[in-house]
Design a protein around this ligand. Structure first.
Ligand code: SAM
Length: 386
């Protein structure tokens, strides 16, 4: 047992430990994973209790194996070790004889990503504190524990809020804000933004969240009503047809598919949104248009995987340019760790007023030159920049 445990911890291949068949009937099970706190590795053990509570304790890496061998066989009669290279099972007989069934491959090491302890991080919505909408949307349990499968969503929400808070002086010009989430889907972000401005900042907001999916919009509307989130409206429909009520203080969109992102940007520009924040999703439009037109473009477009990456970058770079032409100061930022999703570019645009016609003409000429070079005609250009 010690060998198996040492191997999976030292080689950083441990995904999860599950200690079950607890002697203490108050403990349903205990799970373990490796975490990083201030650069040091710990084994985080979390015990799920019969009364619904969860108790977490961290042990330094040097004490991890000793801790498990102290608990097995005395406190638990079974351990499942899940790793990136196969699993192992430790069974304890009635006479406390330990059997190890080890199917972990030793020839390679696929290290797992070790999470940094969120409690150390100053999240806007702290880890471990129950928040009504996170509980309702199934991100955390009623004690504030983030479900394993929802950790990356939790990080994404917090990171987005951090990036909102960086520009809040440009968003908050009064205390009655109008905010849009276009292509909101299940609306984790809409709820988070609503929560941020109303519960954390103490403002009144009107927020319209629009998506094509009837069932999802109905579900989100019901959740908003249940939570008493007044002013948070969910609208089923095409964002093309949505009538924006007044100049938004903030327009957001997370992973709107293909040119839906362009429609969001066009709507934001057209309605003079103070701030626009959009994380694009899949990029298809440009792939169909890009044509090599000379030595430089031949090199860039020769290999299809590189062509795809280039098409994604070019699409987003030209989106930024259209926003600039329309008087926005633009940043392209990383939303979350690229290992979690490749769709992690956030375009953040803050309205700075009209630029001089000379400057706008210069940017338009640059834009046209790039489009001519690659034989492309992006949707957003047609919608706006002419
Ligand atoms: C990848 S999902 C992202 C949903 C959500 N923003 C999120 O990050 O969880 C894209 C969403 O865009 C919606 N969508 C795509 N085109 C749309 C359009 N023209 N009008 C309204 N919604 C649209 C889809 O219904 C889908 O829910």
């Amino acid at each position: 047992m010690k060998n198996t445990l040492s191997y999976v911890i030292e080689n950083r291949i441990l995904k999860k430990l599950v200690l079950s068949k607890s002697v203490d009937k108050e403990i349903l099970r205990t799970t373990g994973r490796l975490i990083e706190i201030k650069g040091e590795i710990y084994l985080a053990l979390e015990s799920f209790m019969a009364d619904g509570k969860a108790i977490q304790k961290n042990y330094p890496e040097s004490e991890a194996v000793a801790k498990i061998t102290e608990l097995v066989p005395s406190a638990y009669k079974q351990v499942n070790i899940i790793t990136s290279q196969g699993d192992a099972e430790i069974k304890v007989s009635k006479k406390d004889k330990i059997t190890v069934i080890d199917k972990i491959k030793r020839e390679k090491t696929n290290k797992v990503q070790i999470e940094k302890n969120n409690r150390d991080k100053n999240y806007i919505i702290p880890d471990g504190e129950p928040v009504d909408f996170l509980i309702e949307l199934g991100v955390q349990d009623k004690n504030g524990r983030i479900f394993d499968k929802k950790r990356s969503k939790f990080r994404q929400i917090n990171r987005f809020l951090e990036l909102v808070s960086d520009v809040e002086a440009d968003i908050i010009k009064g205390n009655d804000l109008y905010i849009l989430d276009l292509c909101c889907g299940k609306s984790y972000l809409s709820f988070a933004i609503y929560y941020y401005f109303t519960k954390i900042k103490g403002l009144t907001i009107q927020m319209d969240c629009v998506d094509l999916k009837k069932d999802v919009i109905k579900y989100c509307g019901d959740v908003a009503e249940k939570l008493g989130y007044k002013g948070l409206n969910f609208v089923c429909g095409d964002i093309n047809d949505f009538k924006i009520k007044r100049a938004p203080d903030l327009t957001v969109s997370l992973h709107a598919c293909d040119i839906a992102t362009d429609i969001v940007l066009a709507k934001g520009i057209d309605s003079s949104s103070r701030v626009i924040m959009s994380t694009p999703c899949c990029h298809h439009e440009m792939m169909g248009q890009l044509k090599p037109k000379g030595e430089v473009t031949d090199v860039l477009l020769k290999h299809s995987i590189l062509k795809q990456k280039f098409a994604d970058s070019l699409t987003d770079a030209l989106r930024c340019k259209v926003l600039e032409i329309n008087g926005y100061e633009v940043n392209a930022l990383e939303l979350i760790d690229p290992e979690e999703t490749p769709k992690n570019v956030l375009i953040r645009a803050v309205k700075k007023g009209k630029m001089s016609s000379g400057d706008a003409e210069k940017l338009k000429a640059e834009y046209k030159e790039i489009c001519d070079m690659f034989g492309i005609n992006p949707y957003l250009w047609d919608a706006f920049a002419k």
